[in-house]
Design a protein around this ligand. Structure first.
Ligand code: ADP
Length: 260
């Protein structure tokens, strides 16, 4: 892994962690969590890094399902939560702490205080990189994470569609405002290659993220195809990078992990 935009800010604010990277999107449903999980696993497996994964989506945590972790964390001697590990990645999520079916109806300040506990209140140990699956959008929680944690950089995930790209630009502006370097744009659901006939279809359009990246002078890091297996592996708790490393999507994730 090259330390491209890193070291820019004098290191992150959690002792023992070298770099903290946010995976963000302007809106929900574009594949941000799927990308965060697969990149984290790729960084651990293909890039041999010590990796942590924080699910900062307090209202809709997906990491427990995607990483197949349904236990509660233990508490260490110094009263920190011990992250739960699977697929070589140390994970923490609000979903580990609350009942799966109980909706979380907190107001902003409680979300901030939960995020504080989920970051600094965790015995992460020494990590090369902590990947944060950010909440969707550009509200208070996103701003506060970006400011309090001295992020090394942010990756922005978008589909090729105009509407998603407009939101992605909003996300990029937010990081810009708080001086977090944007490591690049990732296009998810870029195309669909029919497994039977091999024909390629641009279901949500194609190339939009690359054009937006060029326009905004950002790096374009790669495109992830729409594949049934990406979804089914996530649902089963075994990310595609783990369970089908030779698939197009897994190769794309691994390629991006090498660039981060
Ligand atoms: P977000 O975190 O942006 O809300 P998710 O990562 O939860 O989005 O993805 C939304 C849904 O789309 C999930 O069911 C996920 O499995 C599926 N998905 C994401 N990326 C892909 C892809 N490249 N191919 C197929 N399904 C995908």
């Amino acid at each position: 892994r090259e330390h491209s935009a890193m070291a820019f800010k004098g290191g992150p604010s959690i002792p023992g962690i070298k770099d903290i990277i946010a995976v963000a999107s302007g809106k929900g449903g574009v594949g941000k969590s799927t990308t965060a999980v697969n990149l984290a696993v790729a960084l651990a497996k293909a890039c041999q890094q010590n990796v942590g994964l924080l699910d900062a989506d307090i209202y809709g945590p997906s990491i427990p399902t995607m990483m197949n972790i349904f236990r509660k964390p233990e508490v260490s001697e110094d009263l920190k939560m011990v992250p739960l590990e699977n697929h070589g990645v140390k994970c923490m999520s609000m979903g580990f702490l609350v009942d799966k079916d109980a909706p979380i109806v907190w107001r902003g300040p409680m979300v901030m205080s939960a995020l504080e506990k989920l970051t600094r209140g965790v015995a992460w140990g020494n990590l090369d990189i902590l990947v944060i699956d950010m909440p969707p959008g550009t509200g208070d929680a996103q701003l506060s994470i970006s400011q309090r944690l001295q992020l090394s950089g942010a990756l922005i995930v978008s589909t090729p569609q105009d509407i998603a790209l407009i939101d992605a630009q909003r996300g990029a502006f937010m990081f810009h405002k708080v001086d977090v370097p944007i490591l690049g744009l990732i296009e998810n659901m870029s195309f669909f290659k029919c497994p039977k006939c091999g024909e390629k279809s641009d279901i949500f359009g194609h190339g939009g993220a690359k054009r937006t990246a060029d326009k905004m002078n950002l790096d374009f890091l790669g495109e992830i195809p729409l594949e049934v297996q990406v979804r089914s592996c996530s649902d089963e708790g075994s990310p595609i990078v783990m369970s089908s490393p030779d698939s197009l999507a897994a190769k794309a994730y691994i390629d991006i992990a090498h660039k981060v």
